[in-house]
Design a protein around this ligand. Structure first.
Ligand SMILES: Nc1ncnc2c1ncn2[C@@H]1O[C@H](COP(=O)(O)OP(=O)(O)OP(=O)(O)O)[C@@H](O)[C@H]1O
Ligand SMILES: CC(=O)N[C@H]1[C@@H]2OC[C@@H](O2)[C@@H](O)[C@@H]1O[C@H](C)C(=O)O
Length: 354
């Protein structure tokens, strides 16, 4: 019989570079998967690492290999500190995403740093990592990988909605998991909040003071991307070429931009949610703390919006990378072809032992 109780450390470094998310979690399988979070922490990047990671796409292959070794060592230090500080004993594995340095699935290429076997040696723990490469080798996008976790851990919800740099959603459609990006969220809101010297628009207080500019709202809602069928995804390049110039040429006060963009986000998200009635929606990612946005969304949908505790809002991705590692240890599918477009469902990731 397969082992059905695992305690692992899930580790994730996301696109916003706000830090390394760590979660100490137990997964148990009995008819269905359940999880219990014991400890969680985000370790902010020191300025030098922040600057290095921000510029990774410009690095040569040789430079990346050097950075990879340094980053793996840094990650080992952060994970070891988390384990020691919380007196964590008897874990089965550290399951780590690393940090995406380059991602060009169309060229069959994806590279996450921090996934060297050295991590296992330094930690003296089994490590499961490098979850995206095999999917890309199988012709998939190598992303998103979180939806299998949505399917197996959060099936009580009709929709799993994450409000990070972009809003992305996953749900069952004709017996298959579907996932795609809906529209930008914090990648745009932060850009304008920064103009007034703020990291972000706390709880949407600035947006709530502005009024909607109808012309800008229409120009945003009319963008071609929104009419495309799924699967589809967005990147910062699209924000830079399609969104920011449209907003900037109207020369509006920041409060009006933030208010209008919040209206745009809630228009786009509610359109997706309102394809169903009586649905439940799990909302995670930092955008769940933008109370003005959430209030506007509640006004536009009768579906039930659920914002969980902060552990789940902030650590769902780290938790799910922990879960992908557990599935890999059980040699079970952790990448869905319906989501990534790979030639088959498969069990992805490398296992290193010390
Ligand atoms: N109190 C708050 N009020 C409004 N917005 C907030 C608040 N707290 C966090 N946020 C927003 O959430 C962002 C961080 O969210 P998150 O960590 O989910 O983003 P991310 O890592 O870029 O996501 P992803 O990598 O999934 O795109 C912040 O940059 C900010 O825009
Ligand atoms: C290549 C890569 O690192 N992609 C990330 C990124 O950050 C958000 C979005 O783009 C998502 O596609 C993915 O991460 C999430 C956690 C995922 O794989 O589900």
């Amino acid at each position: 019989m397969k082992k059905n109780l695992f305690r692992v450390i899930g580790v994730m470094s996301g696109t916003s570079l706000d830090g390394i998310d760590l979660v100490d979690v137990t997964f148990e399988f009995e008819e269905k998967w359940r999880y219990t979070i014991h400890h969680s922490e985000t370790v902010k990047y020191p300025e030098t690492w922040y600057q290095t990671l921000k510029h990774l796409v410009t690095f040569s292959e040789v430079q990346l290999r050097e950075i990879d070794a340094d980053y793996t060592e840094f990650l080992a230090h952060i994970i070891q500190r988390f384990i020691s500080k919380n007196h964590i004993n008897g874990i089965d594995a550290v399951c780590s995403h690393g940090h995406t340095a380059k991602h060009e699935p169309a060229k069959g290429y994806t590279y996450q740093i921090g996934n060297l076997s050295m991590l296992s040696k330094k930690l003296k723990q089994t490590v499961v990592c490098d979850f995206r490469a095999q999917d890309v080798a199988l012709g998939g996008q190598g992303a998103p990988l979180v939806p299998i976790g949505d399917k197996l851990l959060f099936s009580d919800y009709t929709f799993c909605l994450n409000l990070g740099g972009f809003a992305n959603i996953s749900f069952e459609n004709e017996g298959e998991r579907i996932a795609y990006d809906i529209c930008p969220v914090n990648s745009v809101l932060n850009h304008y909040a920064n103009r007034l010297g703020f990291e972000y628009d706390n709880e949407g207080s600035m947006a709530s003071k502005g009024s909607v500019d109808d012309l800008l709202l229409k120009r945003l809602n009319d963008l071609d991307f929104y009419a495309l069928p799924f699967p589809k995804s967005l990147g910062i390049e699209w924000v830079n070429s399609e969104i920011l110039p449209r907003i900037n040429k109207m020369d509006l006060p920041v409060e009006i931009v933030l208010r209008t963009f919040t209206e745009h986000i809630t228009d786009q998200i509610s359109e997706v949610l309102n394809t169903t009635t009586g649905a439940t929606v799990l909302i995670t990612g930092g955008g769940a703390y933008h109370t003005f946005l959430i209030d506007r969304l509640r006004e536009k949908t009768s579906n039930q919006l659920h914002i969980p505790n902060s552990d789940l809002v902030e650590f769902k991705e780290a938790l799910i990378f922990g879960f992908l590692g557990v599935l890999k240890l059980r040699d079970e599918v952790n990448c869905l072809k319906s989501v990534t477009g790979a030639s088959k469902n498969h069990s992805s990731g490398k296992i290193f032992t010390p």
